[in-house]
Design a protein around this ligand. Structure first.
Ligand code: SF4
Length: 719
């Protein structure tokens, strides 16, 4: 007899509610949960792939040990003992920093890994920690730390109440929102377009841009000139800090900083007419509920830090920061800020290139060179595939192959884990409990939802693997009865649900807090009847609605005042001021172009390409190119083109499209599954090429250390 199970899709930030039908221990149907108060029935094509993932014959079920050219299955205790012993041996011989760690993006969607991962990293005591953060949102975190006092206190656009939205470097119609957890973004975005106006600024007329009121092309990597011109124009038209005026410091520094960045200068750099800058500034000031938002595309530029800072500055100067319909802050049921410290910046630097740490992590662009220099001798990777997802993946691959030891916690034998000596595969996502610790903190509405495991299993989840490894490391280092070992043993034994319950009870909607009025969505009463706890969430399998975003300042922010001009950003302005004098910022003749990445609805970074339901259909790993460029280079749609950067070259099928800005080409990221020695049958058959065989680890935002993935200079020629 079939059963129905409700849970949250853990694949991306959108937190969609799914309804799963299970028959004889098999998922037979996955659809949107219409009663989920947040996602309201929406899912994207990736949700059904949760079943593919669970059933995938390539997904590893037991630990693997490398033996000669092959792999041998080993028992869990044996694998964990060996991993701890060999990591300790490297640290004993070469020092504690000789072990590095790389944490991949799926970890953020994984409750047990989020709880146990930081403990393991602390236990490793290494300064060589890396993650996907520095190929993604690092600039936003540096801004949150410097302006608001906590790295995770990031503003999100209040899109359900906004009437005018300007968006740069984001394509939420396919990414499903990022630092803006917003299920069914399409419907929400169309509603803004209908009741007001939406403007998308991007070197490609993206899927989101096609749904917007207006689209403006911008030359890759020049957003900071546009944003600074917008700041200048807002100041000239009459900036208004609104309610936050009494808590904002540093606003007076902005005028002199912005003055050199005129709209005409922005036009020369970006290609956006000066009149557009003036008009957008006027509309941001005029609309009562408006917001400017930028995401991955603005972070992965050489001025990613300045871009992220200027976005907040513009929202503040137009009185849209911390106001309904503007850029607001979520108040999650389990306070995410307690998960990490407030952050720190530049306490230590990488040994080869002197790049700064942030929040305990070094920029991943430094990973390969640190290994090659002998500063890292062993690695732990968790749910990450840096060979495909970080700059110069081929160099990362070579470096990993030279390590003395590598252990990977990962369900797949992929392009990165093939370099490991041991692979420790966790159970499937459907076999572990789920609560989104991070994305409720970045959501456009306050909600809470708990998903119990759908299937029972003997296989450990990521948290059990990571805490088992930590306990063995501490035992090997300090002895069985040391208090640190005993604490790790206690953590290992504690069910992760217990921590969720404690987090809810001591959170803002828990017992002892002032509580919340049951919230309404339409006419339907969806709020909890009492203070939140795990039991309350278990009684609400579709989730509970805790209402729209509320102002955070001054009482609900990490610190009561906002620094609008932190010194680290002010000092970086000079670099921007010099850069456009030294660069023409655009395409030149012949085959010289600039390369940008792109998201696709059926992709999930680098790790869902083994799901058959997502890989059907025509070739997706194509090089998008404007018709004028294709004609000039003598390349037809469907033909092969060779793309060469300072780092390497790839050959990809061309798709000619006027959605591209002339002089700019685009490749999706996450492909490149042609490397030998993996166990990814479906992905290998749809291998594509890796954009990170072209991106350059030498190109980073000098302020934050974030990788530059957009605006890569390339030469394109017929293959
Ligand atoms: S949008 Fe994200 S959370 Fe929603 S179904 Fe798709 S992958 Fe899952």
């Amino acid at each position: 007899m079939s059963q129905t199970h409700f849970r949250t899709c853990n694949l991306c930030e959108a937190m969609c509610g799914v309804k799963m039908t299970v028959d004889s221990g098999k998922v037979t149907r996955i659809e949107g949960d219409r009663h989920d108060p947040f996602s309201r029935g929406h899912i994207c094509p990736k949700a059904p792939a949760l079943a593919d993932l669970h059933d995938d014959p390539d997904r590893l079920r037991k630990p693997l040990r490398k033996s000669g050219d092959g792999w041998t299955e080993v028992e869990w205790d044996e694998a964990l003992d060996e991993a701890a012993r060999r990591l300790l041996a490297v640290q004993t011989q070469h020092g504690r920093h000789a072990v590095g760690a790389y944490i991949g993006n799926p970890t953020v969607h994984n409750l047990p890994a989020l709880v146990a991962g930081p403990e393991l990293l602390r236990g490793l005591r290494t300064k060589h920690r890396f993650s996907a953060t520095s190929v993604d949102q690092l600039p936003h975190m540096v801004v949150a730390h410097a302006m608001f006092g906590h790295q995770l206190f990031m503003p999100v656009p209040d899109i359900d109440r906004c009437d005018y939205m300007v968006m740069l470097g984001a394509n939420p119609l396919v990414s499903n929102g990022s630092i803006m957890t917003a299920p069914d973004f399409r419907k929400r975005f169309r509603a803004i377009t209908e009741r007001g106006e939406t403007v998308v600024i991007d070197p490609r007329r993206t899927e989101t841009a096609k749904d917007a009121s207006r689209h403006l092309f911008i030359r890759p990597g020049t957003d900071a000139y546009f944003l600074f011109a917008l700041v200048r124009e807002v100041l000239h038209q009459g900036a208004d800090l609104g309610r936050l005026e009494s808590v904002i410091d540093g606003a007076e520094k902005l005028g002199p900083l912005a003055e050199p960045f005129t709209a005409e200068r922005a036009e020369r750099a970006t290609g956006i007419a000066a009149s557009e800058v003036e008009a957008i500034a006027g509309k941001l000031l005029h609309h009562k509920r408006a917001v400017i938002y930028g995401r991955m595309g603005v972070c992965t530029q050489r001025f990613g830090g300045l871009n992220a800072w200027l976005l907040v500055v513009i929202n503040a100067l137009t009185r849209h920061l911390d106001e309904p319909g503007g850029a607001m802050f979520a108040r999650p049921a389990i306070p995410a800020l307690d998960l990490t410290g407030p952050g720190h910046f530049g306490r230590w630097r990488s040994s080869v290139r002197d790049l700064p740490e942030f929040g305990g992590e070094l920029p991943v662009s430094a990973l390969a060179e640190e290994i090659e220099a002998g500063a890292i001798r062993a690695m732990v990777t968790v749910s990450g595939n840096p060979v495909l997802s970080t700059p110069n993946g081929a160099a990362v691959d070579r470096a990993l192959s030279k390590l003395d030891f590598m252990v990977s916690v990962d369900p797949y034998l992929n392009e990165t884990t093939r370099n490991a000596d041991l692979i420790l595969p966790p159970c499937s996502p459907l076999e572990r409990p789920h609560y989104d610790l991070v994305f409720h903190a970045l959501a456009i509405r306050n909600t809470a939802k708990y998903s119990p495991p759908l299937f029972e299993t003997d296989a450990p989840h990521d948290g059990q693997i990571l805490s088992g490894l930590l306990r063995r490391l501490l035992q090997g280092r300090h002895g069985r009865l040391d208090p640190r070992t005993l604490k790790a043993r206690a953590m290992e034994a504690m069910p992760v649900e217990r921590l969720v319950d404690l987090g809810l009870r001591f959170g803002p909607y828990g017992k002892g807090a002032l509580g919340v009025k049951p919230a309404k969505l339409g006419n339907k009463q969806l709020g909890p009847k009492g203070p939140l706890s795990l039991d309350v969430l278990k009684d609400h399998p579709h989730g509970v609605d805790l209402g729209p975003l509320q102002p955070a300042f001054p009482d609900h922010a990490p610190r009561p005042r906002i620094d609008l001009a932190p010194v680290v950003f002010v000092q970086d302005v000079e670099r921007l001021d010099h850069a456009d004098r030294a660069s023409d910022n655009g395409a030149t003749s012949n085959g010289q172009m600039t390369l940008i990445g792109r998201r696709q609805l059926r992709n999930n970074n680098s790790w869902m390409h083994n799901a058959p339901s997502l890989m059907r259909g025509r070739e997706r790993c194509t090089l998008l190119m404007h018709p004028d460029d294709a004609e000039r280079l003598g390349i037809k749609s469907g033909a092969q083109a060779e793309v060469t950067s300072r780092i390497g070259n790839v050959t990809a099928q061309v798709a000619v499209s006027d959605e591209m800005m002339p002089g700019v080409v685009s490749l999706p990221h996450g492909f490149g599954h042609h490397r030998k020695g993996t166990r990814l049958g479906v992905a290998e058959a749809n291998s594509g090429v890796s954009v990170n065989d072209l991106t350059d680890p030498a190109a980073v935002d000098e302020l934050t250390g974030n990788a530059v993935l957009n605006g890569v200079p390339v030469e394109v020629a017929p293959a």
